[in-house]
Design a protein around this ligand. Sequence first.
Ligand code: ADP
Length: 568
Amino acid sequence: MQGLMQDWQLTTDRILRHAKINHPNRTIVSRQVDGSITRTTYGEVYDRARRLSSALVARGMKLGDRIGTMAWNNARHMEAWYAIMGVGAICHTLNPRLHPDQLKYIANHAGDSIFFVDLSFVSQLEAVQDELTTIGLYVIMCGPDEMPETTLKNVICFETLLEEGDGDVVWGDFDENTACGLCYTSGTTGNPKGVLYSHRSNTLMGMTAGLPGCMGVDGNDTCLMVVPMFHANAWAITFTAPMTGMNLVMPGPMMDGASIYQLLDEEKCTLSAAVPTVWLMLLNYLEESGHKLPHLREVVIGGSACPRAIMETFDKKYGVTVIHAWGMTETSPLGTMSRIEPELADLDYDQQLSVRLKQGKTPFVIEMRIVDDEGKELPRDGIAFGNLMVRGPIVSRGYFGGEDGDILDADGWFDTGDVATIDPLGYMQITDRSKDVIKSGGEWISSIDLENAALDHPAAAECAVIGMPHPKWDERPLLIVVLKEGMSATAEDFKEFLTGKIAKWWMPDDVVFVDDIPHGPTGKISKLDLRKRFEGYVLPTVKNTGGKKPAGSKEKKKKKKRFSLFGK
Ligand code: ADP
């Protein structure tokens, strides 16, 4: 027997329509490419998105077409998104920090027919346009007075295109499983792969992200959405905000500490979300300027592991709660969030901090487990670690164009490529990327734990750990450090600092100091580039011992193959 409730397909056009009806006057503030600030409302964004949508349909856009966008977070980008998705075309966000070869590959692979581009990226497209084989129209996201001289062919100004529309367009009216968004993973190995979100998956993710166990937001909140819209739906905020009536502030191209602070302060933001690098820049700026953050309630930090120092500084100096989140493009992307639940309420601050530094618990729309290399499930004891597998309606079941074939195992689990523990309360902790874990004499060393431990050193601005070849142990850790400006420290200082904080056999064989650490297109440390940079580098333990045991490795044989937090 079927239920007798109405058939209401979960399509994303309903999200903006909901905002138009229920909170049309809530604000969207954008920093433009020239640094100026503009203001609009959900009501205006809805009206303009419909006009744009009707103009695009008149120019041939239809259900299933891929429409590219290469843009900062701003209101026009939001209008383009909803204009595209409303009629069942697919909004394909491209990361402007991609290498030109990847950009060409991705745009051609997706078969983008129309392409929206922010002023900042016009020249990037001009350079490769002859090799972009499918694009028939470029839309430059500016007003007519700002239109640049360009060699792009078939180009139109965003506002001129919008003027062509009358808003008379049918939105929705298709199956909720229709494709809605396309986002390529950065492809650290092999070609980038397209994750194809559906209207249903995006709507479920948007609803979930607003729940109290996740971001827990409503119209009283104003969110500085730093995480880019080209990075997995800006962690679903692009859907959660219009759904809940949360006000939005978007930083455009300016993500340095001073610019972020200005928006947090002037717009009285209560919430924000970004990768750790952005918060490091902000905290450095606050330290120099002496400013405080009186309005900010919470920041969501994810994309890579949140260092203990960032969480503690936000807590103790600024009274801002950090919520650690884990996810990936393939998980829409919010897979876990770490909040203190009632079972942990009686723990002291340091104990709670250790739990909050874990990546956290899954919301309702995703399940996870850890398995060994044979696929056997491992215990949820917070000690055993294994390959992290996920499944659920917000998780990919294949890549666009069938790349990589069948990506799920027989029971429908997706292998995240991360290695993790899950504790008895369900808190997951990433111990490493499977390809970054350092394999020393058959035992595994977590590069992330080592980086975090080293980052607590007062002179450390940024740290990265990679495995270097070692004749006896296969790999040993090399710690690479960028020092804070004006600070100095030696390799011995760092080793001394780490002594007692990590297992002895985890001690890096060497510490080297560099001016910068390379970052990938999503702002994360690029271990691939670091490995390239250090190709041919020989560890002193190799030179000195000719392959003898590195110092401090005696107890290694005794240990079972497992991680424990900082070896304690
Ligand atoms: P890519 O694999 O191209 O970097 P994503 O941007 O989707 O793609 O990154 C997902 C990966 O980022 C995860 O699989 C995980 O390794 C890492 N990651 C994300 N959030 C965290 C976190 N809070 N802690 C540690 N690693 C994280």
